[in-house]
Design a protein around this ligand. Structure first.
Ligand code: NAI
Length: 467
């Protein structure tokens, strides 16, 4: 019994436009569509109540509708204040699916919406039983709630974002005492989308603070070696172009970090004709970058001469205020890692900010030097463009759906630890994406399979294999 509509979107009238783009996306997401067909009659997620926190895009709409097609109920929020595609959110709301996401929502609204995706009828004590997370914010909200109720002291907020987290969490704890504890007890598990969220989960597990099983979707090969890499290869330059319209060819671009996202980002800029320099802290990734043909330098060495800077590390303080002071006039700065603390944005607060358009700001330093900041340091491929294309998100999200089924149906197989999906499912996800590209697989003969010691039907590699 709600006294307000069970969604918050920018404009419900955008639902038709959203639906049209969802229809196109479905033709590019063969993995999700095949999973719908395979499981439609079995309804493996019947009874699943999924609290979902992941960029509310057109591709995510296809994920949500796949979960619903398999029997789940969902409540959804975005995991980044700039990443929502309002027409996608509207199309989902128009289906009667509770969704809370607006492109450009405030940080307070962001945590407000996280609270709402956990509210499955808090007054009546009804809870979710699964989390689907991207970056770990939703998981953190529920876990902190339960920990505070168990007597642990809540941390003191050190920035604006944490202030709102604490404010909204305290309000929930006061409104319905015991509710988040009950929620955590009811949760069968969480599936986590990204590198940064996975780091948080391993950290919780190590400290014995993970109260349910977790599936690390990121480290499925068909996720991180595709989405993080080929996805960023397409969406990084897309974000920079839509944000700035700058001529890319000939520019000097610095990519900080050469992990999966860094590899895709460097390739993206190189493909657009930029001269790319990489920075790394890991000798293996530095060597890879060099042998892929990139100069590997320190940021200090190149900061005064480069035109474009992109952080891809998942680390903090990678581009500092001193770096930005040393940049040349009108240098473009952005981040494609999960959180905005890769760039010391807070240190720029007292500079002169001019909004050129949403998610593009010009920042003037004393003395007149300016830089262009994309998405205020938040993921620029989702803030300034529309994230990765559907096809690669189909691979990521097929892993998500398989992980949700696994947690819902087989949770008793797992301890309170972090797992990756078995390799046969990883291979299945890849297989579902071959036909669309006209790929023809060679089949092993029985003799060949014996010779290389793999089963005829796979898995075709040992777990140690790195691709
Ligand atoms: P990764 O661990 O493969 O790569 C990060 C790399 O940064 C590592 O090679 C590490 O050695 C390097 N690094 C760390 N500190 C550094 C420093 N101070 N300077 C230079 N290099 C440094 O992680 P992955 O998968 O590439 O993810 C990176 C970030 O991107 C994460 O926050 C992840 O959640 C996010 N992500 C964003 C996506 C998007 O669409 N925007 C898609 C997928 C992941």
């Amino acid at each position: 019994t709600l006294d307000r509509p069970d969604y918050v979107v920018a404009d419900i009238a955008l639902a038709d436009f959203g639906r049209k783009e969802i229809t196109i996306a479905e033709t590019e997401m063969p993995g999700l569509m095949a999973i719908r067909e395979e499981y439609r009659s079995e309804q493996p997620l019947k009874g699943a109540k999924i609290t979902g926190s992941l960029h509310m895009t057109i591709q995510t709409a296809v994920l949500i509708e796949t979960l619903v097609a398999l029997g789940a109920e969902v409540r959804w929020a975005t995991c980044n204040i700039y990443s929502t595609q309002d027409h996608a959110a509207a199309a989902i709301a128009a289906q009667g699916i509770p969704v809370f996401a607006i492109k450009g929502e405030s940080l307070e609204e962001y945590w407000e919406y996280v609270d709402r995706i956990f509210d499955w009828g808090a007054e009546e004590g009804n809870t979710c039983n699964l989390i689907l997370d991207d970056g770990g914010d939703a998981t953190m909200f529920a876990l902190w709630g339960a920990r505070v109720e168990a007597g642990e002291e809540l941390f003191t907020p050190s920035n604006e974002e944490e202030e709102f987290f604490v404010k909204i969490l305290k309000r929930r704890l006061a409104q319905t005492p015991g509710y988040l504890t009950k929620t955590v007890e009811a949760i069968k598990g969480v599936s986590e989308e990204t590198t940064t969220g996975v780091h948080r989960l391993y950290d919780l597990a190590k400290k014995g603070k993970l109260p349910f099983p977790a599936i690390n979707v990121n480290d499925s090969v068909t996720k991180s070696k595709f989405d993080n890499k080929y996805g960023c290869k397409e969406s990084l330059v897309d974000g920079i172009r839509r944000g700035t319209d700058v001529m890319m060819a000939g520019k000097v671009a610095v990519v900080c970090g050469y992990g999966d996202v860094g590899k895709g980002s460097a390739a993206s800029l190189q493909g657009a004709g930029a001269r790319v320099i990489v920075t790394e802290i890991d000798p293996i990734c530095a060597l890879q970058a060099a042998m892929d043909g990139f100069a590997v330098q320190t940021l200090e060495d190149v900061v005064g001469t480069a035109d474009i800077f992109v952080t891809t590390t998942g680390n903090k303080d990678v581009i500092t205020i001193d770096h930005m002071r040393a940049m040349k006039d009108m240098a473009i700065v952005g981040n494609i890692g999960h959180f905005d603390n890769e760039i010391q944005i807070s240190a720029l607060e007292n500079m002169k900010w001019t909004e050129i358009k949403p998610q593009v700001d010009m920042i003037e330093f004393p003395g007149g030097k300016r830089i262009i900041m994309l998405s205020k340091g938040r993921l620029l491929n989702l803030g300034n463009a529309t994230g990765h294309p559907s096809f690669v998100m189909s691979a990521s999200f097929t892993n998500q759906v398989l992980a949700q089924i696994e947690l819902f149906k087989g949770a008793n197989k797992y301890q309170n630890d972090v797992y990756v999906l078995p390799k046969h499912l990883d291979e299945k996800v890849a297989r579902l994406h071959l036909e669309k590209l006209g790929v023809k697989l060679t089949e092993l003969t029985k003799e060949q399979a014996e010779y290389i010691d793999v089963p005829l039907a796979g898995p075709f590699k040992k777990d140690e294999y790195r691709y």
